[in-house]
Write a new protein. Structure first.
Lengths: 177, 202
Protein backbone atom coordinates (compact mmCIF):
# COMPACT_ATOMS: atom_id res chain seq x y z
CA UNK A 1 0.00 0.00 0.00
CA UNK A 2 3.02 2.30 -0.26
CA UNK A 3 2.37 3.30 -3.85
CA UNK A 4 -0.89 5.14 -3.23
CA UNK A 5 -1.54 7.14 -6.35
CA UNK A 6 -3.87 9.68 -4.86
CA UNK A 7 -4.97 9.79 -1.21
CA UNK A 8 -8.36 11.26 -2.17
CA UNK A 9 -9.09 8.26 -4.38
CA UNK A 10 -8.02 5.95 -1.58
CA UNK A 11 -10.42 7.78 0.73
CA UNK A 12 -13.23 7.39 -1.78
CA UNK A 13 -12.99 3.66 -2.27
CA UNK A 14 -12.07 2.88 1.33
CA UNK A 15 -15.10 4.62 2.79
CA UNK A 16 -17.34 3.68 -0.13
CA UNK A 17 -16.68 0.03 0.60
CA UNK A 18 -16.90 0.51 4.35
CA UNK A 19 -20.28 2.15 3.94
CA UNK A 20 -21.69 -1.13 2.66
CA UNK A 21 -20.19 -3.10 5.55
CA UNK A 22 -21.22 -0.78 8.37
CA UNK A 23 -23.83 -3.09 9.85
CA UNK A 24 -25.61 -1.32 12.68
CA UNK A 25 -24.48 2.21 11.87
CA UNK A 26 -21.41 4.39 12.00
CA UNK A 27 -20.30 3.44 15.51
CA UNK A 28 -20.01 -0.20 14.44
CA UNK A 29 -17.48 0.75 11.79
CA UNK A 30 -15.10 2.49 14.19
CA UNK A 31 -12.74 -0.51 14.56
CA UNK A 32 -12.48 -0.69 10.78
CA UNK A 33 -11.90 3.07 10.53
CA UNK A 34 -9.18 2.78 13.16
CA UNK A 35 -7.59 -0.17 11.38
CA UNK A 36 -7.58 1.62 8.04
CA UNK A 37 -6.66 5.12 9.20
CA UNK A 38 -4.07 4.25 11.85
CA UNK A 39 -2.71 0.79 11.09
CA UNK A 40 -2.94 0.42 7.30
CA UNK A 41 -2.51 3.90 5.83
CA UNK A 42 -0.93 5.77 8.79
CA UNK A 43 -3.15 8.75 8.12
CA UNK A 44 -3.20 9.61 11.82
CA UNK A 45 -1.82 8.50 15.18
CA UNK A 46 -3.75 6.68 17.87
CA UNK A 47 -4.05 9.90 19.80
CA UNK A 48 -5.33 11.87 16.83
CA UNK A 49 -7.91 9.16 16.21
CA UNK A 50 -9.14 9.47 19.80
CA UNK A 51 -9.27 13.27 19.40
CA UNK A 52 -11.23 13.02 16.19
CA UNK A 53 -13.73 10.69 17.86
CA UNK A 54 -14.12 13.19 20.70
CA UNK A 55 -14.70 16.07 18.29
CA UNK A 56 -17.28 14.10 16.33
CA UNK A 57 -19.17 13.30 19.52
CA UNK A 58 -19.21 16.95 20.56
CA UNK A 59 -20.45 18.21 17.21
CA UNK A 60 -24.06 18.35 16.07
CA UNK A 61 -25.22 15.99 13.35
CA UNK A 62 -25.02 12.26 12.77
CA UNK A 63 -22.16 10.27 14.33
CA UNK A 64 -20.96 9.28 10.88
CA UNK A 65 -19.28 12.68 10.54
CA UNK A 66 -16.16 11.22 12.17
CA UNK A 67 -15.25 10.30 8.58
CA UNK A 68 -15.39 14.01 7.66
CA UNK A 69 -12.65 14.63 10.21
CA UNK A 70 -10.57 11.68 9.03
CA UNK A 71 -10.99 12.86 5.43
CA UNK A 72 -9.88 16.37 6.35
CA UNK A 73 -6.69 15.14 7.96
CA UNK A 74 -5.88 13.24 4.76
CA UNK A 75 -6.84 15.74 2.10
CA UNK A 76 -8.16 19.01 3.51
CA UNK A 77 -11.63 20.22 2.54
CA UNK A 78 -11.73 18.02 -0.55
CA UNK A 79 -10.81 15.00 1.55
CA UNK A 80 -13.52 15.85 4.06
CA UNK A 81 -16.20 16.06 1.38
CA UNK A 82 -15.08 12.96 -0.49
CA UNK A 83 -14.91 10.85 2.68
CA UNK A 84 -18.37 12.00 3.78
CA UNK A 85 -20.02 11.35 0.42
CA UNK A 86 -18.26 8.01 0.04
CA UNK A 87 -19.42 6.88 3.48
CA UNK A 88 -23.03 8.02 2.93
CA UNK A 89 -23.60 7.65 -0.81
CA UNK A 90 -23.52 3.92 -1.57
CA UNK A 91 -25.64 2.98 1.42
CA UNK A 92 -28.12 5.76 0.59
CA UNK A 93 -28.60 4.29 -2.89
CA UNK A 94 -29.07 0.81 -1.42
CA UNK A 95 -31.56 2.18 1.13
CA UNK A 96 -33.55 3.86 -1.63
CA UNK A 97 -33.88 0.72 -3.76
CA UNK A 98 -34.53 -1.67 -0.88
CA UNK A 99 -37.27 0.53 0.54
CA UNK A 100 -38.99 0.67 -2.85
CA UNK A 101 -38.63 -3.07 -3.28
CA UNK A 102 -40.16 -3.75 0.14
CA UNK A 103 -42.96 -1.26 -0.45
CA UNK A 104 -43.99 -3.17 -3.57
CA UNK A 105 -43.48 -6.76 -2.47
CA UNK A 106 -45.97 -8.49 -0.20
CA UNK A 107 -45.12 -8.77 3.48
CA UNK A 108 -42.02 -10.89 3.34
CA UNK A 109 -40.57 -12.53 6.49
CA UNK A 110 -37.02 -11.80 5.36
CA UNK A 111 -36.53 -8.29 6.74
CA UNK A 112 -37.46 -9.49 10.22
CA UNK A 113 -35.19 -12.55 9.97
CA UNK A 114 -32.22 -10.57 8.67
CA UNK A 115 -32.76 -7.94 11.31
CA UNK A 116 -32.88 -10.51 14.09
CA UNK A 117 -29.68 -12.05 12.75
CA UNK A 118 -27.89 -8.72 12.50
CA UNK A 119 -28.71 -7.38 15.96
CA UNK A 120 -26.12 -9.46 17.87
CA UNK A 121 -23.56 -8.76 15.13
CA UNK A 122 -23.96 -5.02 15.37
CA UNK A 123 -23.83 -5.06 19.18
CA UNK A 124 -20.61 -7.09 19.00
CA UNK A 125 -19.16 -4.57 16.55
CA UNK A 126 -20.09 -1.65 18.78
CA UNK A 127 -18.56 -3.42 21.76
CA UNK A 128 -15.35 -3.79 19.78
CA UNK A 129 -15.55 -0.07 18.96
CA UNK A 130 -15.81 0.68 22.67
CA UNK A 131 -12.81 -1.50 23.47
CA UNK A 132 -10.58 -0.03 20.77
CA UNK A 133 -11.54 3.53 21.65
CA UNK A 134 -11.03 2.84 25.35
CA UNK A 135 -7.53 1.57 24.61
CA UNK A 136 -6.64 4.52 22.38
CA UNK A 137 -8.22 7.22 24.56
CA UNK A 138 -7.27 6.16 28.05
CA UNK A 139 -3.57 6.51 28.74
CA UNK A 140 -3.79 6.18 32.52
CA UNK A 141 -5.97 4.83 35.30
CA UNK A 142 -7.69 8.13 36.00
CA UNK A 143 -8.86 8.30 32.38
CA UNK A 144 -10.08 4.71 32.48
CA UNK A 145 -11.96 5.51 35.67
CA UNK A 146 -13.65 8.47 33.99
CA UNK A 147 -14.74 6.17 31.14
CA UNK A 148 -16.22 3.67 33.58
CA UNK A 149 -17.95 6.40 35.57
CA UNK A 150 -19.45 7.96 32.43
CA UNK A 151 -20.60 4.53 31.25
CA UNK A 152 -22.31 3.74 34.55
CA UNK A 153 -23.94 7.19 34.74
CA UNK A 154 -25.20 6.97 31.16
CA UNK A 155 -26.49 3.45 31.70
CA UNK A 156 -28.22 4.11 35.00
CA UNK A 157 -29.54 7.67 34.54
CA UNK A 158 -31.11 9.81 31.85
CA UNK A 159 -28.59 12.61 32.30
CA UNK A 160 -27.98 14.57 29.08
CA UNK A 161 -24.75 13.20 27.53
CA UNK A 162 -23.68 16.73 26.65
CA UNK A 163 -23.22 17.57 30.35
CA UNK A 164 -21.04 14.51 30.83
CA UNK A 165 -18.89 15.42 27.80
CA UNK A 166 -18.55 18.92 29.24
CA UNK A 167 -17.55 17.52 32.62
CA UNK A 168 -14.96 15.32 30.90
CA UNK A 169 -13.54 18.37 29.14
CA UNK A 170 -13.27 20.21 32.47
CA UNK A 171 -11.55 17.25 34.15
CA UNK A 172 -9.12 17.08 31.25
CA UNK A 173 -8.44 20.81 31.38
CA UNK A 174 -7.82 20.60 35.12
CA UNK A 175 -5.19 17.98 34.41
CA UNK A 176 -6.94 15.13 36.21
CA UNK A 177 -6.76 12.85 33.20
CA UNK B 1 -24.97 8.51 20.40
CA UNK B 2 -28.45 7.19 21.23
CA UNK B 3 -29.06 7.24 17.50
CA UNK B 4 -28.18 3.57 17.50
CA UNK B 5 -30.80 2.48 19.97
CA UNK B 6 -34.17 1.65 18.47
CA UNK B 7 -36.91 4.15 19.13
CA UNK B 8 -39.01 3.46 22.19
CA UNK B 9 -42.41 2.11 21.24
CA UNK B 10 -45.06 4.72 21.82
CA UNK B 11 -48.73 4.05 22.31
CA UNK B 12 -50.32 4.34 18.89
CA UNK B 13 -51.77 7.81 18.50
CA UNK B 14 -55.45 7.72 17.72
CA UNK B 15 -55.42 9.81 14.64
CA UNK B 16 -58.35 9.10 12.38
CA UNK B 17 -56.56 9.50 9.07
CA UNK B 18 -53.10 8.92 7.70
CA UNK B 19 -50.30 10.86 9.27
CA UNK B 20 -49.52 13.37 6.56
CA UNK B 21 -52.02 16.17 6.17
CA UNK B 22 -49.81 17.88 3.58
CA UNK B 23 -46.83 16.05 2.08
CA UNK B 24 -43.67 18.10 2.59
CA UNK B 25 -42.02 19.92 -0.31
CA UNK B 26 -38.32 19.84 -1.17
CA UNK B 27 -37.42 22.99 0.77
CA UNK B 28 -39.46 21.82 3.72
CA UNK B 29 -37.64 18.47 3.70
CA UNK B 30 -34.25 20.17 3.58
CA UNK B 31 -35.09 22.58 6.39
CA UNK B 32 -36.69 19.95 8.62
CA UNK B 33 -33.72 17.59 8.35
CA UNK B 34 -31.20 20.41 8.75
CA UNK B 35 -32.93 21.51 11.94
CA UNK B 36 -33.10 18.05 13.48
CA UNK B 37 -29.49 17.41 12.53
CA UNK B 38 -28.19 20.62 14.08
CA UNK B 39 -30.24 20.00 17.23
CA UNK B 40 -28.90 16.47 17.44
CA UNK B 41 -25.92 16.71 19.72
CA UNK B 42 -25.12 13.10 20.53
CA UNK B 43 -27.63 11.48 18.24
CA UNK B 44 -30.18 12.72 15.74
CA UNK B 45 -32.76 9.97 16.11
CA UNK B 46 -34.63 11.50 19.03
CA UNK B 47 -35.01 14.76 17.13
CA UNK B 48 -35.99 13.01 13.93
CA UNK B 49 -38.83 11.26 15.73
CA UNK B 50 -39.93 14.46 17.42
CA UNK B 51 -39.93 16.41 14.17
CA UNK B 52 -41.45 13.80 11.84
CA UNK B 53 -44.02 12.26 14.17
CA UNK B 54 -44.91 14.87 16.77
CA UNK B 55 -44.31 18.20 15.14
CA UNK B 56 -45.06 17.79 11.42
CA UNK B 57 -47.15 14.60 11.64
CA UNK B 58 -45.67 13.38 8.38
CA UNK B 59 -45.74 9.82 9.76
CA UNK B 60 -47.50 7.97 12.57
CA UNK B 61 -45.34 6.52 15.33
CA UNK B 62 -45.80 3.03 13.85
CA UNK B 63 -44.82 4.13 10.36
CA UNK B 64 -41.76 5.80 11.81
CA UNK B 65 -40.76 2.67 13.74
CA UNK B 66 -41.16 0.52 10.64
CA UNK B 67 -39.10 2.90 8.52
CA UNK B 68 -36.42 3.09 11.16
CA UNK B 69 -36.29 -0.69 11.53
CA UNK B 70 -35.68 -0.96 7.80
CA UNK B 71 -32.91 1.63 7.97
CA UNK B 72 -31.37 -0.09 10.97
CA UNK B 73 -31.00 -3.41 9.21
CA UNK B 74 -29.51 -1.83 6.10
CA UNK B 75 -25.77 -1.15 6.26
CA UNK B 76 -24.43 2.34 6.73
CA UNK B 77 -25.35 5.23 8.99
CA UNK B 78 -28.97 4.60 10.04
CA UNK B 79 -30.11 8.16 10.18
CA UNK B 80 -28.65 8.89 6.74
CA UNK B 81 -30.60 5.95 5.35
CA UNK B 82 -33.70 7.24 7.11
CA UNK B 83 -33.40 10.67 5.49
CA UNK B 84 -33.14 9.16 2.01
CA UNK B 85 -35.98 6.68 2.48
CA UNK B 86 -38.19 9.30 4.08
CA UNK B 87 -37.53 12.04 1.54
CA UNK B 88 -37.97 9.78 -1.47
CA UNK B 89 -41.23 8.40 -0.12
CA UNK B 90 -42.80 11.85 -0.43
CA UNK B 91 -40.93 13.46 -3.32
CA UNK B 92 -39.07 10.71 -5.18
CA UNK B 93 -35.33 10.93 -5.75
CA UNK B 94 -35.18 14.75 -5.45
CA UNK B 95 -36.91 14.45 -2.08
CA UNK B 96 -34.36 11.88 -0.92
CA UNK B 97 -31.53 14.17 -1.99
CA UNK B 98 -33.11 17.20 -0.31
CA UNK B 99 -33.54 15.38 3.01
CA UNK B 100 -30.02 13.92 2.79
CA UNK B 101 -28.51 17.32 1.98
CA UNK B 102 -30.35 18.89 4.91
CA UNK B 103 -29.20 16.18 7.31
CA UNK B 104 -25.56 16.09 6.27
CA UNK B 105 -24.79 19.46 4.66
CA UNK B 106 -24.91 21.96 7.55
CA UNK B 107 -23.15 19.74 10.12
CA UNK B 108 -20.45 18.88 7.56
CA UNK B 109 -19.68 22.59 7.28
CA UNK B 110 -19.39 22.85 11.07
CA UNK B 111 -17.30 19.70 11.41
CA UNK B 112 -14.98 20.78 8.59
CA UNK B 113 -14.37 24.08 10.38
CA UNK B 114 -13.65 22.15 13.59
CA UNK B 115 -11.27 19.90 11.64
CA UNK B 116 -9.41 22.92 10.31
CA UNK B 117 -9.18 24.39 13.82
CA UNK B 118 -7.95 21.06 15.15
CA UNK B 119 -5.25 20.68 12.52
CA UNK B 120 -4.09 24.19 13.37
CA UNK B 121 -4.38 24.27 17.15
CA UNK B 122 -4.60 20.55 18.01
CA UNK B 123 -1.16 20.53 19.57
CA UNK B 124 -1.92 23.26 22.10
CA UNK B 125 -1.57 21.71 25.51
CA UNK B 126 -4.83 22.95 27.04
CA UNK B 127 -6.86 21.73 24.05
CA UNK B 128 -5.05 18.40 24.14
CA UNK B 129 -6.09 17.89 27.74
CA UNK B 130 -9.69 18.93 27.11
CA UNK B 131 -10.03 16.56 24.16
CA UNK B 132 -8.51 13.73 26.18
CA UNK B 133 -11.14 14.26 28.87
CA UNK B 134 -13.97 14.48 26.38
CA UNK B 135 -12.94 11.33 24.56
CA UNK B 136 -12.70 9.34 27.80
CA UNK B 137 -16.30 10.30 28.57
CA UNK B 138 -17.46 9.70 24.99
CA UNK B 139 -16.12 6.14 25.13
CA UNK B 140 -18.03 5.57 28.35
CA UNK B 141 -21.22 6.79 26.67
CA UNK B 142 -20.67 4.38 23.79
CA UNK B 143 -20.14 1.49 26.20
CA UNK B 144 -23.40 2.40 27.95
CA UNK B 145 -25.25 2.21 24.62
CA UNK B 146 -23.74 -1.22 23.98
CA UNK B 147 -24.82 -2.40 27.42
CA UNK B 148 -28.35 -1.07 26.90
CA UNK B 149 -28.61 -2.87 23.57
CA UNK B 150 -27.40 -6.09 25.18
CA UNK B 151 -30.07 -6.07 27.90
CA UNK B 152 -32.88 -7.56 25.77
CA UNK B 153 -30.62 -10.46 24.73
CA UNK B 154 -29.65 -11.09 28.33
CA UNK B 155 -33.25 -10.90 29.54
CA UNK B 156 -34.36 -13.34 26.87
CA UNK B 157 -31.46 -15.67 27.77
CA UNK B 158 -30.62 -15.60 24.07
CA UNK B 159 -27.45 -17.71 24.37
CA UNK B 160 -26.99 -18.08 20.62
CA UNK B 161 -27.24 -14.33 20.10
CA UNK B 162 -24.80 -13.63 22.92
CA UNK B 163 -22.39 -16.18 21.49
CA UNK B 164 -22.48 -14.52 18.05
CA UNK B 165 -22.02 -11.16 19.75
CA UNK B 166 -18.99 -12.42 21.66
CA UNK B 167 -17.46 -14.02 18.55
CA UNK B 168 -17.72 -10.77 16.57
CA UNK B 169 -16.33 -8.82 19.52
CA UNK B 170 -13.28 -11.11 19.73
CA UNK B 171 -12.69 -11.16 15.97
CA UNK B 172 -12.86 -7.39 15.53
CA UNK B 173 -11.91 -6.00 18.93
CA UNK B 174 -9.19 -8.43 20.05
CA UNK B 175 -7.89 -10.11 16.88
CA UNK B 176 -8.40 -6.92 14.82
CA UNK B 177 -9.45 -8.81 11.72
CA UNK B 178 -10.72 -6.79 8.73
CA UNK B 179 -14.44 -6.03 8.89
CA UNK B 180 -15.44 -7.34 5.41
CA UNK B 181 -13.85 -10.74 6.08
CA UNK B 182 -15.53 -11.10 9.44
CA UNK B 183 -18.93 -10.08 8.12
CA UNK B 184 -18.76 -12.35 5.06
CA UNK B 185 -18.48 -15.25 7.50
CA UNK B 186 -20.66 -13.95 10.32
CA UNK B 187 -23.70 -12.70 8.40
CA UNK B 188 -24.58 -15.96 6.55
CA UNK B 189 -23.82 -17.93 9.71
CA UNK B 190 -26.02 -15.73 11.86
CA UNK B 191 -28.89 -15.81 9.37
CA UNK B 192 -28.67 -19.62 9.14
CA UNK B 193 -28.66 -19.94 12.93
CA UNK B 194 -31.63 -17.56 13.23
CA UNK B 195 -33.57 -19.59 10.64
CA UNK B 196 -32.87 -22.88 12.40
CA UNK B 197 -33.77 -21.39 15.78
CA UNK B 198 -37.11 -20.12 14.41
CA UNK B 199 -37.90 -23.46 12.87
CA UNK B 200 -37.18 -25.21 16.14
CA UNK B 201 -39.32 -22.71 18.02
CA UNK B 202 -42.21 -22.99 15.56
Amino acid sequence: MNSEPNPILTLAWTFGLMSLFAVGGANSAIPEMHRVAVDVHHWMTDRQFADVFAISQMSPGPNVLIVTLIGYSVGGVAGALVATLAMCGPTAVVAYYVSRLLARSARSPWPAIIQAALVPLSIGLMGASGLILALTSNRNWAAALVTVAAGVLAFATRLNPLWMLLAGGCLGFAGVI
Amino acid sequence: MPSDSPPAPLPAPELPTSSAPVPPGLVELFVAFARMSLAGFGGVLVWARRSIVDQHRWMTADEFNETFALCHFLPGPNIVNLSVVFGSRFRGIPGGIAAFAGLVGPPVVIVTILAALYSRYGEIDALRRILAGVSSVAVGLLLAVVLRMMMPLIKRRDLVGLLILAAVFVAIGLLRLPLPTVLLVAIPLSIAITLVARRVAA
